[in-house]
Design a protein around this ligand. Structure first.
Ligand code: NAP
Length: 269
């Protein structure tokens, strides 16, 4: 408890899945959370859950690909709190298609949300994060959701793989730039393995349909995926949220440009 006490956080794509898990854990640890999602109703539901558990949150719609949306949201954060301590660029989509099959529109949409969305988030929130950086010894914290797919290749995921690799190196570029300019804003990436969310349900269905892992029996597909992780289970949003709490809290004041891999050992093999 209280590991993020007094901090002001903004989480994108927090209507469900990993983003919702991070938003709830931040609130549990004492932060005020701006909860955003493409779907305003799910963002408001996550915020309502936080408030009913005794936490503090505000839910609203934010399409991370829209410059107008980001301007509206940063105005709101400036008006309400005047600073931002933690920005979590979590919103993302998966795209499963081979290089032969993927359309240019699918490729662009994946980069637009997964890469440009992170770029827009950092650029839009910079002034608010600088206020926090100037005011706190451990600095402001940006946490970008990459993936194990930002570290190693995965079959039939050229667009997603490329986007998550870009998020990994954008994180390091920003970490170095902000340190060099003395902003006291730390920037780190999280690299989840398979986490049980709606995104993964869609992946399972596609792998089943395409016979990607050598079977079209759904129970077997899921068992094969579990066995890809040395710890022999998939992860939960809470597994990722606890990593985000560390990176968002003062405990990680000397950590910037790092990749926090939370994957049950997948990429250690
Ligand atoms: P999810 O269950 O699909 O949730 C993603 C959320 O992002 C949804 O609420 C979605 O809103 C929202 N979103 C989509 N496009 C958006 C946009 N343009 N602007 C704002 N919000 C948008 O996915 P997840 O599994 O929680 O994944 C969260 C992050 O972790 C992603 O970046 C993903 O790539 C990464 N990740 C996930 C896994 C995994 O196994 N699950 C593994 C590695 C990395 P709608 O519901 O309205 O579409």
């Amino acid at each position: 408890m209280n590991r993020c006490k007094g901090k002001i956080a903004l989480v994108t794509g927090a209507g469900r899945g990993i983003g919702a898990g991070i938003a709830k854990e931040f609130a549990e640890q004492g932060a005020f959370v701006f909860v955003s999602d493409l779907d305003e109703s799910t963002a408001k539901s996550t915020a309502a859950e936080i408030i009913s558990s005794g936490g503090a949150a505000l839910g609203f719609g934010l399409d991370v690909t829209s410059g107008d949306d980001w301007a509206r949201v940063t105005d709101l954060v400036a008006k309400e709190k005047g600073r931002l301590d933690i920005l979590v660029n979590n919103a993302g989509i998966e795209t499963i298609a081979t290089i032969a099959d993927i359309t240019y529109e699918q490729w662009r949409r994946t980069q637009d949300i997964n890469v440009d969305g992170v770029f827009r988030g950092i650029k839009s929130c910079l002034d608010l994060l600088k206020v926090s950086g100037a005011d706190t010894p451990s600095g402001a914290s940006i946490i970008n959701l990459s993936s194990i797919a930002g570290l190693v290749g995965v079959t039939d995921q050229v667009a997603y793989n490329t986007s998550k690799g870009a998020v990994r190196i954008m994180t390091k570029a920003m970490a170095i730039e902000f340190a060099a300019h003395g902003y006291n804003i730390r920037v780190n990436s999280i690299h989840p393995g398979v986490i049980g969310t709606a995104m993964m349900d869609e992946v399972y269905e596609t792998w089943q349909k395409n016979n990607t892992v050598g079977t079209q029996n759904m129970d077997e597909v899921k068992e094969i995926v579990v066995n890809m992780h040395p710890l022999k289970r998939i992860g939960s949003p809470k597994d990722i949220a606890m990593g985000a709490v560390y990176l968002g809290s003062d405990e990680s004041g000397f950590v910037t440009g790092a990749e926090l891999v939370i994957d049950g050992g997948w990429v250690a093999q």
